[in-house]
Design a protein. Structure first.
Length: 149
């Protein structure tokens, strides 16, 4: 498989994974009463050189854009893992580690969140769950799309 094909399938898979993540988050929020995370919008604000604390409207506006763009873009990484020759399970596990570890590191580097070992257990569980849904759904979508073409 060519790099562009793997990346293209990955992007489509990332969109499917992001749909699954969004549905899972909505269900989890309905069950737990948790409000929507504004972390994607905070990341977007920080990366654009703005202060998320001083511009809540910007954070709210960027939140869905960054959520979707991030999830879709991560799918490209899943596609590249396929080219690395990893089996489906290994690629999914590596992808999960990259998604969760990369996000946790990014949040820490941008000053949005402390190191994960300082998170509340419920915050950690919610984040691990969401990233797991994204990683598994993106990987399953990638595998099925790859077999279909």
């Amino acid at each position: 498989m060519a790099v562009l094909e793997a990346v293209g399938l990955g992007l489509l898979s990332g969109a499917i994974g992001t749909i699954a993540l969004t549905v899972a988050e909505r269900a989890e929020m309905a069950l737990t009463g948790r409000s929507a995370s504004m972390v994607p919008g905070q990341v977007g604000a920080k990366l654009s050189g703005r202060d998320p604390d001083g511009e809540p409207e910007l954070v709210e506006r960027l939140n869905p854009i960054v959520h979707w763009a991030h999830g879709i873009a991560l799918g490209a990484i899943r596609g590249l893992l396929d080219l690395a020759g990893l089996g489906a399970l290994a690629a999914t596990l590596v992808f999960y580690a990259l998604v969760w570890g990369g996000d946790a590191g990014l949040y820490r580097a941008l000053g949005i969140a402390p190191a994960p070992w300082r998170w509340k257990p419920s915050e950690l569980a919610t984040d691990l769950f969401g990233k797991g849904v994204l990683a598994i759904a993106t990987s399953v979508a990638y595998i099925l799309l790859d077999k279909a073409i």
